[in-house]
Structure formats: structure tokens, C-alpha cells
Design a protein around this ligand. Structure first.
Ligand code: GLN
Length: 540
């Protein structure tokens, strides 16, 4: 039981979006957790979608799925990866959810004839949601990142709520960090403080003053510039932090730590300060920067121009690279460009390993199938994720089992061989939001398989986000041709992992292993995939 009142840290953004508030929040979370505090991190998103599950990854980046099946913002991925703390639906809320709750209450008549307004009804609901994460009380510190930037019309209700909470709880329980930008103007050779000044001014207009400024910059900020920011922004000079660009995002906590961020927060919260050991992360970052070998992995999919759509996959490779003492070079292949085996040869000639990415819809599918064929025939290590597994199976059905027209009913409803199809309960589903097979499901591994060798245990829990499943009718045929079903869901009898018998390392999963990879704890399938790719490179 935590006796102290809950301490809140609000992380806000100024000047422009994309400054890395998510990484900043995750880094503060890492530091406080490694300092011994029980911490959680929330993301408050100002958009009206109820969850990001229905949003285009081109606009919003990856949808991050949690154990409980909630579809959340990709920043939750950073929080889990950095802190290792498992999140739940309560860690992500949107304006859409807030309004939905208030309007449902209004329809039920709970407000007894009152006029429903942004203040106090919407702000009260935001407050309720923020506080609810710590009922029953488990955390000493709750970090809340507010999406968008200060000055957006959309984020005003959140900022007003923070103003009220700061009034009610006091500065010793409510800390405000603002991430801003200090741009460098090449022609005059100067770092400019005005954007930071203006964004803090905007915040002060609504009655909030930051306690800490995390100033994003490409160049070191001299003391004189920091002092100027401090003076104009009403912040202590030591609380103006130089958040300089770094090679690896995992260096950010170290940058903050070296400038005393943990101590600043702990002092304001009147908490006891003790020793803090961050050598594990220092060691991890050293290994990211000093690998002794290189390996090229080709990532085959369709959103390849926006790597944010595959954030977790990219990070999973960073973690797996460190455990293999390697640098993984990611080589993106747009599968719409692959229309023949000749194209595949051309695009995949550099690959030491091939990853078939997850996805939805038929665009680029035949190209993915050809990439799987290339990997199988040329004995290149291959990992397939979700749609990647489905494409690998279609390829195997067509080219090994002789079912020339095999397909998934997602792409061809009337296929004579629906080797991937909808389960009965999915056939009834009409609504798109939150209706897929989502979240953690158990999977039983078959001893003696590559999957078992990677995990070294019989039962695993992995996260899902898909509608279609392997059609069990074809299992015997596939098995007779050399496919191994190495993991299955024991309750629903669904295929979870497949692998190929006569291949150095060809494994595909219906679940998304990338969602469970963590800094200092790479995912077993990614770790083994990178290991197999290094081995393949050496024999090339
Ligand atoms: N489109 C496929 C399905 O719904 C795969 C989804 C995915 O790759 N996440 O089953």
C-alpha cells in the first residue's frame, strides 16, 4: 500500500508536434522506476476517435495493443518498452472516450437536469479518469503525457484539468514538464529561444507554469542561453534541460539523468532521495553504439514509407541486435514493387534475413507471398508476423502443396481453397472498432521445435490483432509437406506458430511478438531470428 498522496507528473508539448514527448515521458518513467518508485504512465489524447484502432497508420503510426486487448497510441509502446511496466486500457484515454462517457451519463439522466458544459463536466471526467488509474492505490507516481501541443483548441480541456489539479493538490504533488524546441538558425549561427518563450507564455496564459523545460536541440545549449530561457519562462536555470539529439532513443534517460532531472522531481515532491544505479542502461546504450558485426534484414510490407507504422518492429530489432552484439540494418521493401521472382531476387539480394510484416487489405499481398517464396526457396532466415504468417502459408499451399488457387478470404472471398478464413464468431461482426481478436492469448509450444528453442518454455502469452485465422481443415496436408505447427491456442484450437522443417530458420506467428520486446529483454523470436540471420550472412 502506498501511503503518500499520489504524485502526478504532466508532460506537455510546445512549439510543434513530433518533439518526442512520448520518449521523454518514457524516459522519466524509466528513471523513477529504476530509482525504486512504483510508477505508471498515461497518455491523454485530444482527438475525438474513441481509440486509435480505426485510424490510418499513415496518419497516426502504429496501433499498440495491450494484454487486455485495448488498442492504444504508439506512445504506450515506448512506455512499456522503456519501463517494462504492463499497461492496460486505463493508461490511454481520448477526448472521444471522455465525451462518450459524459454523453452516456447525460442520456441516462444522471445529471438531473443540469446544463452539461466543458467546465466542469468534461474536466471532472478527465480528472476522474486520471485518478482512476490509481484506484486501488498501487503507484507512488503517475506520469501523464498530454498529446498535441499547448495552444491547440483540442487540448484545452486537458490543460484546464491540470490547472485545477495543481490548485487542489499543490506543487508538491503535481509537477509540470514541458517539451519545447530550441531551433538553430544556420545563417546567423544562433540558437533561438523565442519559440520556447512563446509556448511557455501560452501555457502561462491558461494559468500553468512549467517546473521543468526539456529543450529539444540539435546543438549544445550554452549556459547563457539557458539562463535567458529561465528568466523569460519563469523557471529555475537548473531546470532548463538540454534535450539534445542522440543516436539512440535509449540514451534519452541518461541525458536527463546527467542533468539531474530525477533529483529535481524528487525534491519538488518532497520524497527521499537515495542512490540511483543506471549502469544497466548505460551498458545497453554502449552495446547499441559499439556492435561487433552487421546484419541486413529486409522488411517487406506496404507502409514502408512511414516507419512509425512499424515502430515496435523497429525497436524489437534494436533489442535483439544488442543481445546478438550486432547492428541490424533495416532495409525496407515495398511489396507493391514485387511482381515476380525476378523482382524478389533484385530487391532481396542484400537480405541476410527477411521479415514479412503485418497488415490489412489486399494491396501488396502477392508481393509478400513472393518474398516468402524467395525466403523459403533460397533458405534465407524468415520471420512472418500475423499477415506475414498468412502470406507464408498461402505461398506454401500454392507452391508446395499444389493448391494453386489457395488464398485468404480477406483477399478472395470465393477462393476454392480458403486456407485462411474467418472464424464463425467474426463472420457476424459488422462494426470495425475493437472487434478483432485482440490482446493476449495463451499459446502452447511443441517441444523440439525452433519456437520452443527460442522461448525455452511450454506456455507463452502473446498479443493479437487480426480477424482471420488458419483454417484447420488443411493442417494434415500442410504437415505432410513439411510444415510444423509449433504453437497453438489450447482453448480455441487455433494455429499460432508455424515453421518449416527443411529450412535453417523459417518461423511465422499469428500474434505480434514485437509488442512484447523490451529494452534489456529482447523478444525470443526476434533474438533467434537475428541470430539465424547472422549465421546465414557468414555462410553467404
Ligand atoms: N489482415 C489480417 C487479419 O485480419 C492480418 C492482420 C495483421 O497482420 N495484424 O487477420
Amino acid at each position: 500500500m502506498v501511503k503518500q498522496p499520489t504524485k502526478y507528473i504532466f508532460v506537455l508539448g510546445g512549439v510543434l508536434s513530433g518533439l518526442g514527448k512520448g520518449i521523454a515521458s518514457a524516459s522519466i518513467g524509466y528513471l523513477l522506476k529504476s530509482r525504486g518508485f512504483s510508477v505508471t504512465i498515461m497518455k491523454l489524447d485530444p482527438y475525438l476517435n474513441v481509440d486509435p484502432g480505426t485510424m490510418n497508420p499513415f496518419q497516426h503510426g502504429e496501433v499498440f495493443v495491450l494484454d487486455d486487448g485495448s488498442e492504444t497510441d504508439l506512445d504506450l509502446g515506448h512506455y512499456e518498452r522503456f519501463t517494462g511496466i504492463e499497461m492496460s486500457a486505463a493508461n490511454n484515454t481520448t477526448t472521444g472516450q471522455i465525451y462518450q462517457a459524459v454523453l452516456d451519463r447525460e442520456r441516462r439522466g444522471d445529471y438531473l437536469g443540469q446544463t452539461i458544459q466543458v467546465i466542469p463536466h468534461i474536466t471532472d471526467e478527465i480528472k476522474r479518469v486520471i485518478k482512476a488509474i490509481n484506484i486501488p492505490k498501487k503507484f507512488e507516481i503517475v506520469i501523464c503525457e498530454v498529446g498535441g501541443t499547448v495552444g491547440d483548441i483540442e487540448s484545452l480541456p486537458f490543460l484546464e484539468t491540470i490547472r485545477q489539479m495543481r490548485m487542489e493538490l499543490g506543487k508538491e504533488n503535481c509537477f509540470i514538464a514541458q517539451v519545447t524546441l530550441v531551433p538553430f538558425i544556420k545563417t546567423s549561427g544562433e540558437l533561438k529561444t523565442k519559440p520556447t518563450q512563446h509556448s511557455v507564455m501560452k501555457l502561462r496564459e491558461i494559468g500553468l507554469n512549467p517546473d521543468l523545460l526539456l529543450c529539444r536541440t540539435a546543438y549544445p545549449i550554452p549556459r547563457s542561453v539557458r539562463d535567458k530561457i529561465a528568466l523569460f519562462c519563469n523557471v529555475h536555470p537548473n531546470h532548463v534541460i538540454e534535450a539534445i539529439d542522440v543516436e539512440s532513443i535509449y540514451e534519452v534517460p541518461l541525458v536527463f539523468y546527467n542533468q539531474g532531472v530525477t533529483g529535481i522531481i524528487i525534491n519538488q515532491f518532497l520524497l527521499d532521495d537515495t542512490d540511483h544505479d543506471i549502469s544497466k542502461l548505460e551498458n545497453f546504450v554502449y552495446r547499441v553504439k559499439n556492435p561487433s558485426q552487421r546484419v541486413t534484414i529486409s522488411l517487406c510490407g506496404k507502409y514502408t514509407s512511414l516507419p512509425d507504422s512499424y515502430k515496435s518492429v523497429i525497436e524489437a530489432f534494436t533489442h535483439a541486435a544488442v543481445e546478438n552484439d550486432a547492428h541490424v540494418i533495416l532495409h525496407w521493401v515495398d511489396t507493391e514493387d514485387i511482381q515476380s521472382q525476378e523482382d524478389a531476387i533484385q530487391h532481396l539480394s542484400k537480405a541476410d534475413g527477411i521479415l514479412i510484416l503485418p497488415g490489412f487489405g489486399s494491396r501488396g499481398i502477392e508481393g509478400k507471398i513472393m518474398c516468402a517464396q524467395f525466403a523459403r526457396e533460397n533458405r534465407v532466415p524468415c520471420l512472418g508476423i500475423c499477415l506475414g504468417l498468412q502470406c507464408a502459408m498461402i505461398e506454401f499451399a500454392r507452391n508446395v502443396c499444389g493448391l494453386k488457387k489457395a488464398n485468404s478470404t480477406e483477399f478472395k472471398k470465393q477462393t476454392p481453397d480458403p486456407i485462411i478464413s474467418l472464424m464463425a464468431d467474426q463472420k457476424k461482426v459488422k462494426s470495425k472498432g475493437g472487434t478483432m481478436r485482440l490482446g493476449a492469448y495463451p499459446c502452447k509450444l511443441k517441444p523440439g521445435t525452433r519456437a520452443y528453442a527460442a522461448y525455452r518454455k511450454k506456455m507463452i502469452l502473446e498479443r493479437h490483432r487480426h480477424r482471420y485465422e488458419v483454417n484447420n481443415k488443411y493442417q494434415t496436408l500442410f504437415g505432410n509437406h513439411g510444415m510444423i505447427f509449433s504453437g497453438s491456442n489450447p482453448e480455441l484450437n487455433l494455429v499460432e506458430i508455424i515453421e518449416l522443417k527443411d529450412h535453417p530458420w523459417f518461423v511465422a506467428s499469428q500474434f505480434h511478438p514485437e509488442l512484447k520486446s523490451r529494452v534489456e529483454k529482447a523478444h525470443p523470436l526476434f533474438r533467434e531470428f537475428v541470430k539465424a540471420s547472422i549465421k546465414y550472412r557468414k555462410t553467404k
